[in-house]
Design a protein around this ligand. Sequence first.
Ligand code: FAD
Ligand code: SF4
Length: 590
Amino acid sequence: MAIVNDEVDAVVVGLGWSGSIMAMELARAGLKVRALERGEDQSSEDFAYPKPADQYGYDKQYKIFAKPKSAAVTVRHTTDDNALPTRQWGSFCPGNGVGGAGLHWTAVMLRPTPTDLKLKTYADETYAPGQLQEDMQVQDFPVTWDEMEKHFDFFEKVCGQSGTTGNLNGEIQPGGDPFEGPRSNPYPLPALEDTLNCSMFREQATKMGYHPFSNPSANVSQAWTNPYGQNIAPCNYCGFCSKYPCLNYSKASPQTTILDALKLHKNFDYKTNAEVVRVDLHDDKKTAKGVTYVNENGEEVFQPAKMVFLCSFQFQNVRLMLLSGIGQPYNPMTGEGVVGRNYAFLSNGGVTMFFKDKEFNPFATAGATGVMFNDVSPRPGFEDGVKYGFLGGAKIHSSQSNGNPIGTALPKDVPGWGMGWKQGMRDWYGHSMKISITTTCMSYRGNYMDLDPTYTDHLGNPMARITFDWKENELKLQQYLKELCNNIAREMGPDISHDSFLKPDSHYDMRPYVSTHNVGGAVMGDDPKTSALNKYLQSWDVHNVFVPGGNAFPQNFQANPTDMIGALTYHAAETIVKDYIKNPGPLVQA
Ligand SMILES: Cc1cc2nc3c(=O)[nH]c(=O)nc-3n(C[C@H](O)[C@H](O)[C@H](O)COP(=O)(O)OP(=O)(O)OC[C@H]3O[C@@H](n4cnc5c(N)ncnc54)[C@H](O)[C@@H]3O)c2cc1C
Ligand code: SF4
């Protein structure tokens, strides 16, 4: 017989970015809220100076990430392959514990464009019938720019986002991104300082007619007090940021921006080492009665709740829906069902350039330091997509997120170990910079998620299975970007350069790190036949279950996802507080 807790108004599963935002907004509305987090409690103080930023521990041994033994997924390229479990993290690495991946993200924080939100409409208007891959399943987000703008604006104020405004109420501003959607307010704080690679890239990109701007960042450039009254300190460019918790209270994270204020609400509490294993439904399967979790003693506990919020990161959200029987599982053979549909990821690549006479001081930098341009993005007026036959684009950037000695870029002829490596480090450490891409990734009929029939997790429940491979569209985009980045690099005149891009016949490789930007699988939409959630992230099938996270994206845009994840969570929270709690039921009639 399971232990039974007292009932709450809202149970929030996972206390990362989306869980913290949702819990805060519901607690502010006076609801009794309980968060259940599978990992440990973690506060900013746990990692503050003089604690060391130990590269081996954080970056190589993933000491604050989810352990594969408890959070693994299985991966395969096609339905003909056997999926194998991730025994160590590679192309993505999910977070764990209070703060989730928000504790150790890089904090490049930018919005999608208005076209990204309406990609299907754009594709239909821009490409000739039959020009795009037949199995592509792109969809519009069911929200408009105007609906979302105030939520981006608020979340960016919560984070003390730092950057240069490009479009203020429709007026293009100097130095910013001219292709961004109209903002109602400037960035809360000015951009981070340029490092040498930034100014070199900015100059070259401008010369070639592109429109570079500083990477929008949630490593805050100046002291900031956010709308919840939390104070964030200016970043000191410590050089140990991406994959590290901040030692200086300067990176926007659930800890630095929300949690201390949230804990002041007496109607909020949270439990750690509480791993949710399913959402429990009433007999009619139309509403949830709560969730079951396993506590630190290995006991099953039932948590009754009037509303359930799955905020456990993209693939755990999809998995919990499948384990709980919420929504019809997707079948790639028939195209029917929605849970698991449209899993997408992103690809990266770039050109590394070595300059004998330049000293880049890579150790003095913030995680998000860099300069990017957005000229190569789907939008009216971008013609190369049609010309080269791909849908999508990339942000092209020169970022310098760290100067970590292990894994530092060296010319290809330098050996990977021994005396030769030591000499290579002496000759080249600090003399390289990179031009990189962060790409879109479309959704396809055959890229999806389901429950693995063979492998189970440490509690005996099926792992999530990801079936995913690169498609012709993404590989064409990579060849186009390869040429574009090499053109810029050539003009910059390095002593040595080498590139790394996907080849026309590449397959998805789970081993090298790309980014933890997994999306889709429980997407939002206007039609319950092609989406698991409505525009308020509410399950079409079980109306008191809401699922914020990257899972809601119908495909991946070229911006990093967290600004959109946060804004969507605020968008849903607003309507839940305003309408749902007074009148529980479907917020959108199908
Ligand atoms: C190294 C790294 C760098 C990144 N850099 C960027 C960047 O520069 N820009 C950007 O936009 N994004 C970046 N991201 C991605 C960003 O961190 C995520 O988009 C964001 O954290 C997602 O928020 P979330 O709330 O969905 O998940 P998370 O913040 O990961 O929170 C999910 C929480 O749920 C908990 N959980 C999972 N399963 C269960 C369960 N069954 N029961 C209870 N709790 C559970 C987890 O432990 C975790 O705490 C980066 C990620 C990583 C790892
Ligand atoms: S670079 Fe700045 S934000 Fe990042 S960990 Fe260091 S001090 Fe914190």
